[in-house]
Design a protein around this ligand. Structure first.
Ligand code: SF4
Ligand code: SF4
Length: 258
């Protein structure tokens, strides 16, 4: 039987999703037995850079012109393209300061030594190619990946939670950090799926899974302002993981002019 061919690629990011995959220690042999892994740069130097793929999993945001070309090439050779992680899905941390000029940013980070870097404002994959499915998270949850593989191979698109982190937080009966303790928690805007990991340890959600569908950003901003946070505090939090997301753009644009 011919096994489905998959590729696991990394653009600009921390390789967190590839590490999550490598850390699937109990399941890795089963995965390797069920699919033909043709590309996995972090795991092997024996990669097929040209042949067709059934599924390409792509991590990282698009930060360099050559990554645009690579991504388009991956798209062309793959039946399904799956964004893995928040950088690939929403732009992630590399995109947090897209409102600043690239040369200004480069100078702030590298001083006079940054001229050799040719970069573009970081963007999620869907800015450049069609993305068939996305597993967000910084890094993605191992369970989301393991659930997705068999379903994608059978032609289904797995359902991810279409509700906010607050729902999971309430199900765990946590005290609300926003309402009770006045912390800047982005749980109301953030896609669930982590089982409210941070608030369950008493740490406010910083939105690492990206915005939930129909995120009510204006309402969250109003509540946070009532709690005493400035627009700068709020915008810094909102732009940390998903600045290019349409749901946040209007609010971040408003901040620029104030
Ligand atoms: S602590 Fe945060 S995630 Fe939990 S209910 Fe309150 S706002 Fe939502
Ligand atoms: S609670 Fe928020 S910041 Fe923490 S893992 Fe979940 S989505 Fe990410």
């Amino acid at each position: 039987m011919v096994k489905p061919k998959i590729g696991i690629f990394g653009l600009t990011g921390c390789s967190g999703e590839q590490i999550v995959i490598l850390n699937c220690e109990d399941e890795l042999l089963d995965i390797a037995g069920a699919v033909d892994i043709r590309v996995f740069h972090t795991a092997t130097s024996d990669n097929d850079e040209e042949g067709p793929l059934d599924i390409a999993f792509v991590e990282g945001s698009v930060v360099k012109p050559e990554e645009v070309d690579l991504l388009k090439k991956i798209r062309k050779r793959s039946k399904l393209l799956v964004a893995i992680g928040t950088c690939a899905t929403w732009g992630g941390i590399p995109a947090m300061h897209n409102e600043l000029a690239r040369d200004e940013l480069c100078k702030a980070v590298y001083g006079g030594n940054g001229d050799c870097f040719e970069t573009i404002p970081p963007q999620p994959l869907r800015t450049f190619v069609k993305v068939d499915y996305a597993i967000s998270g910084c890094p993605m949850e191992k369970e989301d990946f393991l659930r997705a593989i068999p379903m994608l191979l059978h032609g289904d698109l797995p359902l991810l939670p279409n509700y906010a982190v607050c729902t999971e937080c309430k199900m765990r009966e946590n005290e609300c950090l926003l309402v009770t303790r006045g912390q800047l928690c982005l749980g109301p805007l953030t896609q669930a799926g982590c089982n409210a990991r941070c608030p369950s340890y008493g740490v406010a959600c910083c939105g690492c899974r990206g915005p939930v569908d129909e995120a009510n950003v204006a309402s969250e901003v109003k509540i946070l302002e009532e709690k005493g946070f400035t627009l700068v505090d709020i915008h810094n939090a909102l732009r940390t993981f998903a600045a290019p997301a349409q749901a946040l753009q209007a609010e971040l644009g408003r901040g620029k002019n104030e």
